[in-house]
Design a protein around this ligand. Structure first.
Ligand code: 5GP
Ligand code: ZN
Length: 117
């Protein structure tokens, strides 16, 4: 089947290779690259290759793909840090989502505080 893609989506463009990114890991259905504005020693975005807007839409449309995203996050944390990680999905602008192609933030490589709001 054809990939789900949106012409004006930043992460669809990175997935397609049309914009550069510091890619640290890939799988058949997902890609992981460093955030341009890192908030931790390891701050990697894990992105399904198919376009879905947010985590709830992804989970409803393709739960296996959400599981692939989580598996790639775990792989990145194992390669880039000690295997321990926080995985954040901002959902909606008031929660801090600014790119509307679902992505998990893998935050790792330090003792993490807990001040989510
Ligand atoms: P959100 O705010 O949607 O949860 O996360 C979007 C993230 O994408 C932000 O942390 C931001 O720094 C990152 N970002 C925005 N544009 C780019 C880009 O062109 N390349 C990379 N690697 N990260 C980006
Ligand atoms: Zn997209």
């Amino acid at each position: 089947t054809a990939p789900r893609t949106e012409p004006d989506c930043l992460f669809c463009r990175i997935v397609a290779g049309g914009l550069p990114a510091d890619v640290v890991a890939t799988s058949e259905r997902a890609i992981a690259f460093r955030d341009i504005n890192p908030q931790a020693p390891v701050h990697v975005l894990v992105v399904p290759r198919d376009h879905h807007g947010d985590i709830a839409q992804l989970a409803a449309a393709d739960p296996a793909l959400l599981a692939d995203v989580v598996a790639l996050a775990d792989e990145v944390a194992g390669e880039q840090a000690d295997g321990q990680f926080r995985l954040i999905f901002n959902s909606g602008p008031r929660a801090g989502q600014s790119v509307f192609h679902v992505h998990g933030h893998v935050i790792a490589g330090a003792e993490l505080g807990w001040t989510p709001a």
